[in-house]
Structure formats: structure tokens, C-alpha cells
Design a protein around this ligand. Structure first.
Ligand code: AMP
Length: 282
């Protein structure tokens, strides 16, 4: 495994790979790697010949400066995990490498970003779109691996690839969970013991809402029930709990059995913001 820090280190390696037909699989991450990231790497190991992982905490996608400052950093452990997962290249750029200057370009993904993460984290998807475009251009992979955990991000990346004609196949990997159901996230390490227990309400409320939908209850009734559940625990602050179409990412007022849809949730456990989602029908 090689660890590289600049595009000029990647160039000769890339040239060498290009001499034989090989698929380069790319897994962009912000580090603090966990089993969710490892599932993306494992998926790349199956379908690609070369696996490149990037570790870059992208400042431009944080709408909250304290979230950026407190974002966990565990580079040595990350590199060990990459090594044992059989990663070929780890790209760890400095902020000045990715942003020699503040980008003048702004990205907006239309209606996809008018709701949920787009609405609650202004500028977030502009930051995601710009950094992912930069990384795609630098690494030039044939395949890119993203987690279903960030479902709205997947919808954004689909549009980025389509709208800018990136010759890249997007591969979506299911969400990895802790044994008790909590979706794995780099932010989970910031949860104190009680908050870690309280955080279970996210996955549990998604499962409950899905079961109620399958039992024929109306979405407004379910949404109201879940809001009441959240109000029971004052240490958890619900931000949104919405039913959306999984592809168009349009908020739905009622469940339609023929439309692929998902339920998405975001909540604060003290200062830590977590998101999760569940597919209702694929
Ligand atoms: P992050 O480092 O949080 O920016 O995530 C990097 C990639 O890993 C993104 O494509 C995420 O959707 C994905 N990811 C994060 N958590 C999980 C998880 N629990 N299961 C599957 N993929 C995940």
C-alpha cells in the first residue's frame, strides 16, 4: 500500500496503471474509518482491480465550524485499516492541495437539495459537489463507492456524474450498523455513554415507522407518532423525520407503494448530529 499526499505523486502511479486495462475503484472518505467505510473498500476490492481511498476532511461541506473542528482524526489507525483491507493507494491531501484558492464555482443540485440535509445544512452539497468533482478529476476512477447511509448525498452524486458526464460507475453500498442497530458513523465516537444509548431512537424510529407504513397507517399519523416519541426524551432533538422518493428526493405526503421511497431522519444528541434512513420499498 502506498500513501500519497499530492496529485503529482499520483500521476506516475496512475500512468503505470494505465499501461494495462484495469479498473480503478475509488472510495472517498473523511477518515476516522469504521466498518461502514470498510464495507465500501470491500465492495471496491470485489469489482475493481485497484482500490484508491482518499482521506480528506473537507472544510467546505461543514456548515457548522465546531463540527469541523471536532471531527475525529485517527490517521494512523485509518492507514492500518486500509492496509489490512488490501487498499492499494491512500490519498491524504492537505487542505492547501485541494483548495490552493477558494473556489469561485458554486454548485446547486436543484430540488434534491431543497429539503432535509440541503435545507438544514446550507452550502453542504456545494462543498460535497466541489470536493467530489476535484477528487474524481484527480484520481480518474472508473468506479466510485458511496454509502447508502448518506442517501441524499447519493442522489446528489448521481446528478453530479450525470450532469458533468463523469465516466464513472456509481456503486452504492448498504449501511453498516452496530449490533444494536445504530448506523455506524465517524461522529459516534463523540457520543457519551447516555447519548450513545439515546441515539438508538434513530434506527428504532425508522423501523417502527416502516412497520406502521406496512401495516397501512397513514404517513401523517406515523410522522406525528414518531415526533411524540422523540419528545419523550429531552436529550434528543429531532431535526427532521420525512418520507421521500429515493431517486428524485421529493418529500412525500403519503406512501405510494409503486414509488421507491425511504424514510430519513436527522437528530441532535447534545452537540452531535446524526442521520440515518431506511428503504421502505426499493
Ligand atoms: P464519511 O467519511 O462519513 O464522509 O463517509 C465516507 C463514505 O462512507 C460515504 O460514502 C458514506 O456514505 C459512507 N459511509 C459512512 N458511514 C457508513 C455506514 N455506516 N455504512 C455504509 N457506508 C457508510
Amino acid at each position: 500500500m502506498q500513501v500519497i499526499y499530492t496529485p503529482s505523486q499520483w500521476l506516475p502511479i496512475h500512468q503505470k496503471y494505465l499501461q494495462t486495462p484495469q479498473i480503478i475503484g475509488f472510495v472517498p472518505t473523511m477518515g476516522a474509518l469504521h466498518a461502514g467505510h470498510q464495507a465500501l473498500i470491500a465492495a471496491s476490492k470485489i469489482t475493481a482491480d485497484i482500490t484508491v481511498v482518499s482521506i480528506f476532511v473537507n472544510p467546505t461541506q461543514f456548515d457548522n465550524p465546531s463540527d469541523f473542528e471536532k471531527y475525529p482524526s485517527t490517521l494512523d489507525a485509518d492507514l492500518q485499516k486500509c492496509e489490512s483491507a488490501g487498499v492499494d493507494i491512500v490519498f491524504v491531501p492537505a487542505i492547501s492541495t485541494i483548495y490552493p484558492q477558494k473556489p469561485s464555482l458554486k454548485m446547486h443540485f436543484g430540488e434534491v437539495e431543497q429539503i432535509l440535509e440541503g435545507a438544514f445544512r446550507p452550502g453542504h452539497f456545494n462543498g460535497v459537489g466541489i470536493v467530489v468533482s476535484k477528487l474524481f478529476n484527480l484520481i480518474q476512477p472508473q468506479q466510485a463507492f458511496f454509502g447508502q447511509k448518506d442517501l441524499q448525498q447519493v442522489a446528489v452524486i448521481k446528478r453530479l456524474i450525470r450532469d458533468l458526464s463523469f465516466p464513472i460507475e456509481l456503486i452504492i453500498v448498504p449501511t453498516k450498523r452496530e449490533p444494536d442497530g445504530l448506523a455506524m458513523s465517524s461522529r459516534n465516537v463523540r457520543l457519551k455513554t447516555k447519548a450513545r444509548k439515546d441515539a438508538l431512537i434513530l434506527s428504532q424510529s425508522l423501523a417502527k415507522a416502516k412497520a406502521l407504513l406496512m401495516a397501512g397507517k397513514s404517513w401523517p399519523f406515523i410522522q406525528n407518532q414518531i415526533k411524540l416519541d422523540f419528545e419523550q426524551n429531552k436529550s434528543v432533538k429531532l431535526e427532521y423525520f420525512e418520507l421521500v422518493s429515493s431517486d428524485q428526493f421529493v418529500q412525500l405526503g403519503e406512501f405510494e407503494s409503486t414509488l421507491p421511497s425511504s424514510i430519513c431522519v436527522a437528530a441532535y444528541l447534545g452537540p452531535v448530529r446524526l442521520i440515518d434512513n431506511i428503504t421502505v420499498n426499493a
